[in-house]
Design a protein. Structure first.
Length: 322
């Protein structure tokens, strides 16, 4: 290969960024491309074929014992590598059998259990967890909220660049307005201190920092939950203030669940499941819940009717009527 060409993983990153895929997608594709090459003795993918791809996928299922969804993620990364990066059309890739994903019902807390978990949180983690449960947002969507995306008067939150790069509007709990106002006031003090000290502004997606040079230091673009320290921007390398890391919130929720004495496998995403299930319990239309969650297909939202132990028509067992 020509030495002047970019390294394979750099080519993967370039193609992904050209398509404006998320950073998490980029990390996943790079991870699987690197693991595939290492599994095959550092041989270049151009020199590999169907046997090596099928052997790698078999290794993941048999030896590594990964889930079907993880195996399919690896396959999707390899398809992208060959088709989009190496620009090699290999017909046998279309015939590779995808693993059938298992269907698991989401774990849902009762309202009392949600109250117990929230009761063992305080400060910013409590506010974030309350927003997760009260709005149905994913944890990363919540952490990426900026000041301009809030409407305290209408109790609405604009979720930008959610899963699938889609925007949506969801509800904001009215009971959180006083706590949010106090929190925003503290964030404003941090923002003003940064401006007085001449510190860097916040990170911006894509090329918005070049298009709007003042946006990183504008109040509306500040994160609602900013990180305490500065970091390097993943794309530009510039020093920026980013939002809180999801891992910090995950650890806080895990500690609260343990303190509440709940043995269910609970994480930040469980609050989203609780949001949907409890809305359906309250009699809200499933299409409304679908819109608030941002599901492209109502079939995805329908899984919460199974969590309720009733079908779409609210079927009641004949034994209960005997």
């Amino acid at each position: 290969m020509d030495a002047s060409q970019p390294r394979l993983l750099d080519q993967v990153r370039d193609r992904i960024r050209a398509r404006h895929y998320s950073l998490r997608t980029e990390k996943a594709h790079v991870f699987w491309a690197r693991r595939f090459v290492r599994f095959n003795g550092m041989r270049h993918p151009r020199d590999l074929g169907a046997t090596e791809v099928e052997g790698f996928l078999t290794h993941l299922a048999v030896d590594a014992k990964v889930s079907a969804s993880t195996q399919n993620q690896a396959l999707a990364a390899l398809l992208f590598l060959y088709r989009e990066v190496l620009e090699i059309k290999l017909p046998w890739l279309d015939s590779v059998v995808r693993a059938k994903p298992s269907t698991h019902l989401p774990v849902v807390l009762s309202r009392d259990e949600v109250t117990r978990v929230l009761g063992h949180l305080s400060g910013t983690p409590w506010l974030i967890a309350s927003l997760l449960y009260g709005s149905g947002a994913r944890v990363l969507e919540c952490l990426q909220i900026r000041i301009k995306d809030f409407d305290l008067t209408r109790c609405e939150i604009l979720i930008r660049d959610g899963k699938g790069a889609k925007d949506r509007v969801t509800v904001m709990p009215a009971t959180l307005v006083p706590a949010l106002e106090r929190h925003i006031a503290r964030v404003k003090l941090l923002f003003e201190a940064d401006r007085e000290a001449g510190r860097p502004g916040v990170s911006l997606p894509y090329a918005l920092a070049r298009k709007y040079p003042q946006a990183p230091v504008a109040w509306g673009w500040q994160y609602l939950f900013p990180a305490r320290s500065f970091c390097r921007d993943r794309y530009t390398g510039a020093l920026v203030r980013h939002h809180l890391h999801p891992q910090a919130m995950q650890r806080a929720v895990a500690a609260a669940v343990h303190a509440a004495g709940i043995t269910k496998p609970i994480g930040c995403h469980t609050f989203r499941h609780c949001f949907a299930t409890h809305l359906l319990e309250d009699g809200y239309d499933i299409r409304t819940v679908q819109e608030l969650l941002g599901h492209a297909d109502v079939k995805t939202t329908m899984i919460y009717t199974h969590v309720l132990n009733r079908g779409g028509r609210g079927v009641k067992s004949p034994l209960d009527r005997a």
